[in-house]
Every structure is written in structure tokens, then in C-alpha cells.
Ligand binder design. Structure first.
Ligand SMILES: NC(=O)c1ccc[n+]([C@@H]2O[C@H](COP(=O)([O-])OP(=O)(O)OC[C@H]3O[C@@H](n4cnc5c(N)ncnc54)[C@H](OP(=O)(O)O)[C@@H]3O)[C@@H](O)[C@H]2O)c1
Length: 244
């Protein structure tokens, strides 16, 4: 796909990988819209990138997803790219029973339900454009799961499956479906859990993910596996029972 002159909505675009993508897309001459729940993070992003448009939105709430869709449809008629990037990651210990699962935010709502619903909202709009794309951010952990975060890994495996299906459904349309598969990236995704576990390696910088993503998009590489994620993606095929 062309990586300039697009109008792009990036969910969770105020921080981490989403913000790095916003920066890279703005640099290439795209119109970029970002959304997230925290207004202060959106303001911070806008102070660094004054060209971007921001919207406070909790994507776990259908009313807010619908309002986001209506706002974009009205104010950004040329929208042709949806980046499903927003996500959370939690450790869940099933030995502790239901409380471990329900005491925090619901990963399925944000990592899986939200991108599926947003795709359903936006696909009819994207179909009207000559060239358009959906870019789903999954994870290397969708291919080889990490046992301490079972729900997260399951949502990312599901995003891989969903990407395959809609890519096939949309194969004769203007919409290309990409999946970005990052390795471990140095962001606030795990809310300090890596530090608590004493994990030294924090992963690659988000800017590296953005650079590899734009390169992959330009080459129409539909599964953009980055760094270590390339090994996880292949490893899952050679040893399907592997867990880390
Ligand atoms: N970091 C890694 O190692 C890694 C590896 C592979 C894949 N990924 C994937 O990359 C994506 C981006 O994560 P990141 O690493 O860049 O972490 P991040 O900086 O924490 O970004 C996540 C973004 O999602 C937004 N978000 C979370 N819940 C939301 C909700 N209910 N409604 C709207 N926005 C919401 C957050 O903003 P608010 O909190 O303000 O809403 C935040 O801006 C995620 O899908 C993640 O699974 C990350």
C-alpha cells in the first residue's frame, strides 16, 4: 500500500507503538487521528505532534465505539486506514480462581471485541475508498504463548485468526488487511510487571516497530513479523506445543 496521503485512525495512538506509528505516518505526509481513554496522554501526544487529531474514547464501550465511528465518518470523510492497536496485558493466575481473572480490566473487551467491532463499523466506509487498509497489531505471543499471561496471548492468537479471515473475505475489495506482529517492545503495556519480575530485557524501541511496519506496508507484506517475533511465528509451526 502507499504510505503517504492516507487518513489514518490509530487506536491507542497516544503512547508506545501507537504513538510511534502516528509519528512515522505524520512524517510521511498522512492525516492521523488517535484515540485513547486518558486525555492527558492525548494532549501530551498532540503537544509533540500538533498535526494530529485526538479523541477521548474507551473502546470497551460500544456506545463510545459508535460515537468514535460517527465522528470520524463526519469529520474525516477520506478515512481509508484503521489501525487496531489499543491493547492491555495482564498476568492472570488461574490457580487463584475467578478473582485473578476479574479483579483487573477485561483483556478480551479491549484486545479482541473492540477491534472486531471497529472493523465491522469501518469496513463499509473503507470499501468506498479506492485504496484502504486495516492494520491489526497482534503479538509474537499470539503464536507462542507466555503462560503467565494466558488471556492476553489468547486474544492475540484470535487477532491472528481474525486477520486471516477478513483478509480472505475482503480479497476482491479495495481493503488490504495487514497484521503487525511485534516482539517485546519497551512500552508501558505491562504496567511495570516486567520490573516486578526483575526482567532485565525491556525489548526494542517502539520507533523500530513503526519503521519495520511502514517498510512492510509499502511492500504489501500482509504479516509483518518484527525481530524475535519472526522466530516465534515460525517456531509455533515447527513445535506447536511450545509455551514460554
Ligand atoms: N509492548 C510490547 O511488548 C508489545 C508486544 C507485542 C504486541 N504489543 C501490542 O501493541 C499494542 C500497543 O501496545 P504498547 O506496547 O504500545 O502499549 P501502551 O503504550 O500501553 O499502548 C496501549 C494503548 O492502548 C490504549 N488503550 C488501552 N485500553 C484502552 C481502551 N479501553 N480504550 C481505548 N484505548 C485504550 C492506551 O491508552 P489509554 O490507557 O489512555 O486508554 C494506550 O495508549 C497492543 O495491542 C499490544 O498488545 C505490544
Amino acid at each position: 500500500m502507499k504510505i503517504n496521503d492516507n487518513t489514518i485512525l490509530i487506536t491507542g495512538g497516544a503512547t508506545g507503538i501507537g504513538f510511534a506509528l502516528a509519528e512515522a505516518f505524520v512524517k510521511e505526509g498522512n492525516e492521523v487521528i488517535i484515540c485513547g481513554r486518558r486525555e492527558n496522554k492525548l494532549e501530551e501526544a498532540k503537544s509533540k505532534l500538533p498535526q494530529i487529531h485526538t479523541r477521548v474514547c474507551d473502546l470497551t464501550k460500544d456506545k463510545e465505539r459508535e460515537a468514535l465511528y460517527n465522528w470520524v465518518k463526519t469529520d474525516f470523510k477520506d478515512i481509508n486506514v484503521l489501525v487496531n492497536n489499543a491493547g492491555i496485558q495482564r498476568m492472570v493466575d488461574f490457580k487463584k480462581g475467578i478473582s485473578s481473572l476479574t479483579e483487573g480490566e477485561n483483556e478480551i473487551d479491549i484486545n479482541l471485541t473492540a477491534p472486531i467491532h471497529l472493523s465491522a463499523y469501518f469496513i463499509p466506509l473503507l470499501l468506498k475508498q479506492k485504496e484502504s487498509a486495516i492494520i491489526n497489531v497482534s503479538s509474537g505471543l499470539g503464536f507462542i504463548p507466555m503462560a503467565i499471561m494466558p488471556v492476553y496471548c489468547a486474544t492475540k492468537a484470535a487477532m491472528h485468526s481474525f486477520s486471516l479471515s477478513i483478509r480472505h473475505q475482503l480479497r476482491d475489495t479495495s481493503i488490504k488487511v495487514f497484521e503487525v506482529i511485534p516482539p517485546m517492545v519497551d512500552t508501558e503495556l505491562d504496567k511495570g510487571a516486567r520490573d516486578e519480575r526483575g526482567q532485565v530485557d525491556k525489548g526494542i524501541p517502539p520507533a523500530e516497530v513503526a519503521k519495520a511496519t511502514l517498510k512492510g506496508l509499502e511492500k504489501n507484506e500482509y504479516e509483518i513479523a518484527i525481530g524475535m517475533a519472526q522466530n516465534l511465528r515460525m517456531g509455533a509451526r515447527t513445535n506447536p506445543e511450545q509455551v514460554c
